[in-house]
Design a binder for this molecule. Sequence first.
Ligand SMILES: NC(=O)c1ccc[n+]([C@@H]2O[C@H](COP(=O)([O-])OP(=O)(O)OC[C@H]3O[C@@H](n4cnc5c(N)ncnc54)[C@H](OP(=O)(O)O)[C@@H]3O)[C@@H](O)[C@H]2O)c1
Length: 413
Amino acid sequence: MAKELFEIGEIPPVGEVPERMHAQLVRPDRYGEPEKSIQDEVIDVPAIGPGEALVMVMAAGVNFNNVWAARGVPIDVTKTQARWGEPTDFHIVGSDASGLVYAVGDGVSNVSVGDRVVVHAGQWDPDDPWVLAGKDPGLAASFRVWGYDTCWGSFAQFTKVQAHQCLPKAGRLTWEEAAAPTLTGSTAYRMLHGWPPHTVEEGDVVLVWGGSGGLGSLAIQLVTLAGGKAVAVVSSEEKGEYCKRLGAVGYVDRRDFSHWGVPPRWDSPEWKDWFEGAKAFGKAVWDVLGERRSPRIVFEHPAQDTIPTSIFVCDRGGMVVICAGTSGYDTMVDVRYLWYLQKRYQGSHLFNDEQAAAFNDLVRDGQIQTTLGHTYPYEDTGHIHQLMADGKLPEGNVAVLVNAPSIGLTDLP
Ligand SMILES: NC(=O)c1ccc[n+]([C@@H]2O[C@H](COP(=O)([O-])OP(=O)(O)OC[C@H]3O[C@@H](n4cnc5c(N)ncnc54)[C@H](OP(=O)(O)O)[C@@H]3O)[C@@H](O)[C@H]2O)c1
């Protein structure tokens, strides 16, 4: 008789799906700081439907969206899930995974039971008229982030996904190395390659905020691979040196400046101080480059503290592309810099199948280092997300072992 529940690290025979599983989940009645909000519980393994796959998770990648989910802000994720007919009393965190396919639903042809995969986080309704018309699913009204807008995230022994989310895992990588970079890397890929004509090209200067972070460490490599010149922004020398090792031409330490946040009104005397700060920051970028060239692309995500500076330093005809508001949402744009120098201010969110596959191919080819900083055991899930929330995570991406039995195990024979 099939076993009902396996312990963490105990791998069921391939294709044998137990009834119950361990999962790190949040519930609306305990939303708050991740350390307390994210807890291990035993729940039913979800059933899969047509076009879906059940993946036995070996390792899960840590992303900032799990912190937002744990806090229940800016949205209560269980309310979003309700839209897709999913449970409303809990939410399993996690939007990055590596693992093995244990079951597939009707009509699935891209993966089979036993395949070793990584999972990208883009989901959408396959019957969405926008998708059926062949348009970018990343812009579809039904677009959602698996493990954030949906219930069955990666910090569980099994995760339910749409089969198109599964991509082949790079055989040379350990499970934890493979689990970490897909969400941030594919997001960075769309930001840098998905908004023509502002795609990164040979010789382009790209300013990368948070260069040593999850997004930034991969953005630097993507810029460098495309022949561009990445200038990182960081908050310590160690982080700056790390960015240089990834390919950045240099870095600016943001601790040397104090003009952050929403600037004073343009007609107030205080505005001049902000202006001097922004100019000095732009000069620091020139100093790194050794020439007076401004960034053609500014890779943004801190937002409230940095957008006015990003818009100011971006080159004439360049683009500020933004995917988050880590330091706050109430930012401000001095439109003089936008219209007069004809700059573009572009939002970007996750990616589509092609962009995720293109990034994954670079990882499989060994052209992108996965920048895994640290790996932690499953029991530490809440604690790690607390470290992330407090800005205390080490450089690079972070992964958690779920069913993978030990750190450093690749799937090579
Ligand atoms: N929409 C999407 O598709 C998408 C996808 C992935 C991630 N995100 C979001 O993007 C954000 C960054 O993700 P991540 O994985 O890169 O996080 P991360 O690993 O924590 O890195 C963020 C970096 O931002 C820098 N930073 C933090 N506060 C700052 C501030 N006030 N001013 C300037 N820089 C600041 C920090 O670098 P220094 O201290 O060294 O400067 C930090 O290393 C998160 O909010 C995440 O939710 C969005």
